[in-house]
Design a protein around this ligand. Structure first.
Ligand code: GUN
Ligand code: FE
Length: 409
C-alpha cells in the first residue's frame, strides 16, 4: 500500500551544499520512493495517486524529513565499553582492552545481548546503515547479522580475521581465517536479505600475514564482496607495520594493493598517516575512507584533511561521531550521501529521491532537550542546530525501506 509524507525535506546531494525544500510530498510504495513533488498542499499528487487521508503523514512546523545516517566504521563488540578506556595509545589499547573483550564473544548468546542494545542505540540516533566489525567468531557474527536483520536495519557485517600478533586464544591460522570467512560469506548469501551483506574484514596489517591478505583478496573477487580494514592509522601502528614489512617501508596500502584488497566497496578506516600519492591510489581503485574524527582524536596522532582527501577523488564517509572542524553541511553530506557512495549504495540510499529506498528520519527540532530553536531561526538554522547539537531525542521516527524501526532494546 502506498503512503505519503508531507513536509520539509532536507538533504545534501552535493558536498558542502544543502537542499531544503518545504511543502514536499514524498510517496513510498514497497519501501521505495515512487514520487516526490513540491506544491502548496500536495493535494494534486495525493489525489492523482488515490491516497486516503489516513495514509498521509503531515509533518509540523519545526519537523524535517532527512536521509538516514550511514556509519562507515563500528566495532560492535566495543559497544559495551564505549565511553571508557580512552587512556592508551592504539597498539597498547588493543592488548589491554579490545582483544580481551572481543575474545569473550566466543559466547554467542552474550554477544547477542550486547548487539541487540547496539542496534537499538544506532537506530535511536538515526543510523539506518552500518558497516560493522564483529569479532573473530563466525557464530557471534551470525548473531550480529540476525540482530540487525530483525531490527530491519541495513548492515554490512565483518567476521574479523587475524593470524598473527593478536592475543592468546584469540587468533586463527591462516587457513581457519579463510575457511571461516568463506563459510560466513555463504551463510550471509543464504540469508538472502538485500539489507544484510558481508564485508571481508582483515583487522589490519599488523594482525594479518600477506598470505591471509592474499586469500581474502581472492575471496573478495570471487564473492564481489565489500571489504573493510584499518589503514595507516597512527604513529605506533605505522611503526609496527614498518618493523614487520621493511620491504615496503611499512606502507599498509602496498600490502593491501598486492592482495587485491583495494577495490570498489572497500572501506579503510582512519588513513590519517597516508601520503598524497597513497590517497590517489585509493581514489584510482575506488577504495573509500571511513573518517572517524573522535577516534582520530584519541588514537590517530594526526587529523584527516577531509576536504583535501575529497579533492583527490577519494570517497569519504563518516565513522561514528560528527566531525569537529568540518562545516555542518559537509558533515551532513559525509554522514549520508558520502557514506552511501562508499558502500556502493549511491543509487539506493543517502538522499531522498524517486527510485531510491525510503531510508529516512523524522527530525523534531521542537523538542528542546538538547538545544533551543528561537523565533528568529530559519528552518535551515533549526536543522543546522540539530546536526551540530541534536541527539536521539530529536529523532522521532526512523525508516529503512519504508519500514519503521524500533528503538527499544
Ligand atoms: N586497529 C586495529 N584494530 C582496531 C580497533 O579495534 N580499533 C581501532 N580504533 N583501530 C584498530
Ligand atoms: Fe576501528
Amino acid at each position: 500500500e502506498p503512503w505519503a509524507i508531507l513536509g520539509t525535506v532536507v538533504q545534501a546531494p552535493v558536498f558542502g551544499t544543502i537542499s531544503l525544500v518545504q511543502q514536499t510530498t514524498v510517496i513510498v510504495e514497497d519501501g521505495i520512493i515512487t514520487h516526490m513533488e513540491t506544491a502548496a498542499d500536495g493535494a494534486n499528487l495525493l489525489v492523482e495517486q488515490g491516497l486516503q487521508a489516513s495514509s498521509v503523514l503531515r509533518l509540523q512546523d519545526g519537523e524535517f524529513l532527512c536521509p538516514g545516517f550511514i556509519d562507515l566504521h563500528v566495532h560492535a563488540p566495543q559497544y559495551s565499553y564505549a565511553g571508557t578506556a580512552t587512556d592508551r595509545p592504539l597498539m597498547e589499547w588493543l592488548g589491554a582492552y579490545a582483544f580481551p573483550r572481543e575474545k569473550a564473544h566466543a559466547d554467542a548468546e552474550a554477544a547477542r545481548a550486547e548487539y541487540t542494545r547496539l542496534a537499538a542505540r544506532l537506530a535511536a540516533h538515526g543510523t539506518t546503515t552500518a558497516l560493522l566489525f564483529g569479532t573473530m567468531h563466525r557464530q557471534a557474527c551470525q548473531e550480529l547479522a540476525l540482530t540487525f536483520q530483525q531490527r530491519g536495519l541495513r548492515a554490512f557485517i565483518g567476521k574479523v580475521c587475524m593470524d598473527r600478533h593478536s592475543a592468546e586464544g584469540y587468533q586463527e591460522t591462516t587457513q581457519e581465517a579463510l575457511a571461516e570467512t568463506e563459510a560466513f560469506l555463504q551463510w550471509i548469501e543464504e540469508l538472502g536479505d538485500e539489507r544484510i551483506q558481508a564485508a571481508i574484514t582483515p583487522r589490519f596489517v599488523p594482525t594479518c600475514t600477506p598470505e591471509l591478505l592474499a586469500g581474502l583478496g581472492q575471496l573478495a573477487a570471487k564473492y564481489d564482496s565489500a571489504v573493510q580494514s584499518h589503514i595507516s592509522e597512527s604513529f605506533d601502528e605505522v611503526e609496527f607495520s614498518q618493523a614487520l614489512h621493511p620491504e615496503v617501508d611499512g606502507r599498509d596500502i602496498e600490502l593491501f594493493e598486492r592482495a587485491g584488497l583495494l577495490r570498489n566497496r572497500a572501506v579503510m578506516a582512519h588513513g590519517t598517516c597516508l601520503t598524497s600519492a597513497e590517497l590517489r591510489r585509493l581514489a584510482e581503485t575506488g577504495t573509500a575512507i571511513a573518517h572517524c574524527p573522535l577516534s582520530n582524536f584519541f588514537f590517530g596522532d594526526r587529523l584527516l584533511p577531509v576536504r583535501d582527501v575529497l579533492a583527490l577523488g577519494v570517497k569519504v564517509g563518516l565513522g561514528t561521531d560528527v566531525a569537529g572542524g568540518l562545516d555542518w553541511t559537509e558533515a551532513f553530506w559525509l554522514a549520508t550521501q558520502g557514506g552511501a557512495a562508499a558502500l556502493g549504495l549511491g543509487n539506493v540510499c543517502g538522499t531522498l529521491e524517486v527510485g531510491k529506498s525510503f531510508d529516512a528520519l523524522r527530525v523534531d527540532t521542537q523538542n528542546s532537550a538538547a538545544f533551543d530553536v528561537f523565533a528568529a531561526d530559519t528552518p535551515l538554522d533549526a536543522f543546522q542546530k540539530f546536526v551540530n547539537l541534536g541527539d536521539d531525542r530529536n529523532i522521532s521516527t526512523v525508516w529503512v525501506r519504508g519500514q519503521e524501526i524500533s528503538k527499544t532494546p
